[in-house]
Design a protein around this ligand. Structure first.
Ligand SMILES: Cc1cc2nc3c(=O)[nH]c(=O)nc-3n(C[C@H](O)[C@H](O)[C@H](O)COP(=O)(O)OP(=O)(O)OC[C@H]3O[C@@H](n4cnc5c(N)ncnc54)[C@H](O)[C@@H]3O)c2cc1C
Length: 470
């Protein structure tokens, strides 16, 4: 059993000595901003004991040395757009370490195609800085206008372009990390290949702030395609829609984005943003297919190929869409769904991409059998389904049991198809019980051993992903 110390006035003074008086606060009015992230489940809201705003790596290291000596939990935080309460205090309490002051772009090297940034830079600003020198930073979570690049590394964020470029882990050469005992190291390197020991940067990225605090990132930049087009294909059935996931690469077409929305999700989001897409009536399953090229003519040919392929796979409508309009619908789904029903549970299932149709059909059946409404959108090319389970029409007293029953059936379907709990949002505080239930015991034991090796006193984001002493 891990026990921690409370933050005393003496500790607050020591923190002030590191970051200055304005860099620390234990004022409850200030702390309220950190009691949650973008997750909506109130049972996970939790006030921290203090918040600290370091501006340099040395300050982060000094804070962690102090916390490790004094046995005080530290919770790293980016923009707080996470959905699993990973950047929120839990029953252990502790200090939120906000990276918002570490927000500088340190170098954009167009010649060598890399960028060095601090963790508190907004993802959209990383993308803009790359675009200004004619390059692309390929990471593209839907929350890019608000999340931080350090948070993206914390969760190994995916997003819309992962089908072509991979997740955040694939966009990073190396990270500067402060370990839980306060040591500073750089993991990874700007190398195309390396076989020199364990790739520890791959473990720290995606560890949800449990193994180290990322204080600097060297990001990969890639050539920016000269032109791109967004095609909207409408299919009567989920099977037909999903059949293009493998058909596209087999036909030599590499989509940059391949996003799925079901009928209800489009309708709800259109109502929310007050715009209609004019895509006809009847049961509809929508695929947004973005393709890029450096050649306008080649792109036109690609559109013809796409049209033929989608129609051969059952599409009733295929057209070149207004990029801004369709992406507005896709990116507003989350807000639309929360507005439709503020009490809900958000899932982030991932299955092999060619099993997504089976999962959607299984979930549709569970939803109908259990009378629980759901909304679905998916990063279809990655097999990653965001499913919102809505309380709509369900009595307060019935809701917890309904959610439990739905989740049990849903996770059986997910794991039966070779899937996992989370494709990109992480486990955080919210899903750690499920993590224990569904993870192979040997795998879980190895993960705990890794955590203990990095963090012998378990002070960095304790109790996230799993409890060490469960
Ligand atoms: C509308 C909306 C759309 C979204 N779309 C996507 C999407 O398309 N793809 C996707 O993957 N996610 C998506 N998300 C979820 C969220 O935006 C991502 O998980 C994002 O990566 C979180 O970044 P953040 O800066 O807000 O991190 P936070 O929420 O502050 O933290 C997330 C985790 O990272 C850790 N962390 C933060 N900074 C550091 C650091 N410097 N070092 C180590 N650990 C750190 C925290 O401890 C926490 O565990 C979406 C969220 C919303 C609200």
């Amino acid at each position: 059993m891990y026990t921690y110390h409370k933050i005393t006035p003496e500790i607050l003074e020591k923190l002030k000595a590191i970051v200055g008086a304005k860099g620390v606060s234990a004022d409850p009015d200030r702390l309220v901003a950190y009691e949650r992230d973008e997750g909506v489940e109130r049972e996970f809201f939790h006030l921290p004991d203090a918040v600290v705003y370091p501006a340099t790596t040395a300050e982060v290291a000094a804070i962690l040395q102090l916390a490790n000596e004094e046995l005080i939990p530290v919770i790293p935080r980016g923009a707080g757009t996470g959905l699993e309460f990973g950047a929120v205090a839990n029953h252990y309490g502790g200090i939120i370490l906000s990276t918002e002051k570490m927000n500088r772009i340190l170098e954009v090297n167009a010649e060598k195609m890399y960028m060095i940034v601090e963790p508190g830079v907004r993802t959209e600003d990383v993308q803009k800085a790359a675009g200004e020198v004619g390059l692309l930073y390929a990471g593209d979570p839907c929350s890019g206008d608000s999340c931080f690049i350090g948070g993206n590394a914390g969760t190994n964020a995916g997003g819309n372009r992962a089908v072509k470029y991979g997740t955040t882990r694939d966009q990073i050469y190396s990270v500067e990390v402060v370990t839980p005992t306060g040591k500073i190291t750089t993991l990874g390197s700007r190398l195309k290949k390396v076989s020199t020991g364990y790739p520890l940067e791959k473990i720290v990225i995606g560890s949800e702030g449990t193994l180290g605090i990322i204080t600097k990132l060297v990001l990969k930049l890639v050539p920016l395609p000269k032109c791109s087009v967004n095609v909207l294909a409408v299919f009567p059935t989920v099977d037909e829609a999903m059949s293009i996931v493998n058909a596209l690469p087999k036909a030599g077409i590499e989509p940059t984005c391949l996003e799925f929305m079901d009928d209800d999700s489009v309708r709800v989001t259109e109502d929310f943003i007050g715009e209609k897409q004019n895509t006809g009536t009847g049961e509809r399953n929508y695929m947004i297919i973005q393709v890029d090229s450096n050649d306008e003519d080649a792109l036109d040919d690609l559109c013809v190929d796409l049209d033929e392929l989608c129609r051969a796979h059952g599409a009733v409508d295929v057209f070149v869409a207004d990029a801004e309009r369709i992406w507005k619908v896709r990116k507003n789904f989350s807000d639309a769904s929360t507005t439709e029903c503020p009490i809900m549970v958000m899932e982030d299932f991932v299955v092999p991409a060619d099993e997504l149709a089976s999962l959607l059909k299984a979930l549709e059946k569970i939803s109908a059998d259990q009378h629980v409404p759901v909304r679905s959108v998916a990063h279809a090319g990655d097999g990653n389904l965001h499913l919102d389970i809505l309380k709509k029409g369900i009595a307060d007293a019935d809701w917890p049991a309904k959610v439990d029953a739905f989740e049990k059936a849903a996770y059986e379907a997910v794991y039966g198809l070779g899937g996992r709990i989370s494709g990109e949002h992480g486990i955080g505080e919210k899903r750690k019980d499920l993590m224990v239930t569904y993870t192979d015991p040997v795998e879980l034991e190895l993960m705990k051993a890794v955590k203990k090796a990095f963090d012998p006193n378990n002070i960095l984001n304790p109790g996230k992903i799993f409890e060490l002493d469960d």
